[in-house]
Design a protein around this ligand. Sequence first.
Ligand SMILES: *Cc1c(COP(=O)(O)O)cnc(C)c1O
Length: 479
Amino acid sequence: MDPSEFRRHGHALVEWIADYLSGSERYPVLPRVVPGEVRRALPEHGPEAGERFDEIFADFERILVPALTHWNHPGFFAYFPATTSASGVLAEFLSAALNQQAMLWRTSPAATELEEVSLAWLRGLLGLPSAFEGVIYDTASISSLHALAAARQAAVPDVRERGLVARSDIAPLRVYCSEHAHSSIDKAVLTLGLGQSSLRRIPVDAEHSLQSHALRAALDEDRRAGIRPVAVVATIGTTSTTAIDPVNAIADVCRDHRIWLHVDAAYAGVAAMLPECASYFAGWDRADSIVINPHKWLFTPFDLSAFYCRRMEVVREAFSLVPEYLKTLEASAGARNLMDTGIQLGRRFRSLKLWMILRHFGAARLRSILAEHIRLAHEFAARVDEHPDFERLAPVPFAVVCFRANPRALHLGAAELDLFNQRLLDAVNETGEVFLSHTRINGAFVIRIAIGHLRTTGAHTRRAWELLSQHTAALAIAS
Ligand SMILES: *Cc1c(COP(=O)(O)O)cnc(C)c1O
């Protein structure tokens, strides 16, 4: 592509993206396609001769756009938010052009040092002390994997040399988390060779928070049985209900047992910026490591997960491995080589988008957007609470509401109630105006609304409520 052609296509693309970002409401949130539709629309082999970009782009619009789930749609209320922003998109565009590969300081001084600076800014906004060194990974799953790898390294310092297989000299290792901890913690113990049976899930209380006295009892019991506890994962903002584990009490247990404390705040961590949320984060600064995902609720294009660690030297002990051809003198001169703090060698210039977003929005605006999302969630929760045919099933510390319809007049039993809510969710999602998802709480089917998009306003959450209450009434009449 010559420079003039690049300019032409580039300008057209910017036009397209500007329309997309401001007009994603034109599309149904969920695409109306069936499995295999995209695959069948595309040829089995790539072309032998290169094609014109116009033609490729026409197929992008014709085949791919109708099969997109619009995460940027202001009516996207499913799972957790993951919304982009114009400054983040521009940063990604630049990052692709610059193609920085920040394994060593030398291979990109800018990317290496900007990662340090932007994570320090974010750390300051979150109120964490500077003892936490930061590194960017792609996802929270990978951040938590690194946390538990470091915990394993701290517990078994020769694990690097000798592994864990067929060792009679070490007790079985165990990791603890709540019943509601994210599946990425299971995947981490699987990957680290600890086995899923090494993950002990601790019961929760009525608000779905880990019971710290049960944690202490489990650790004592395991020690007596000859098991070696290595880490506890506390969650601030669980995936199902955004419950908050009592981090301070858990930190006491970890201190007494001298084991690693990892805090998974992938979704909710950014809310630590808000003074009104401070109490939810009490004690998280006592953790050994913390993960927060700016790609969830900080308007950062996927992917960017921030990992903070008080003991990054243990992460380095676990992973640093420098082949001769990558040895440089700068490391001894105080330069950080990011390849030492993780599994992967090559790494993208992700800090560029975080830096541009933090600058372009400014802390005040970020705080006010997050606070508005929380306010909208409280407003929605109040509607649920006031309506005789709806009930709320969990507290709302952040911007997710868990609820279900329960039309009084129908006197539905547990199984019928699940079915009713499943039908309600399907009916509401079929409108294309909104997309909500579900979870199960104590076995019951529960609808979740997660508010967190840059362009979501009260009009969108009120419309979601209108659709839910209308379809509840219609389904109740039909049944
Ligand atoms: C979303 C989420 C994860 C996983 O995040 P990825 O970045 O997709 O790996 C882990 N833990 C919690 C609490 C989450 O909300």
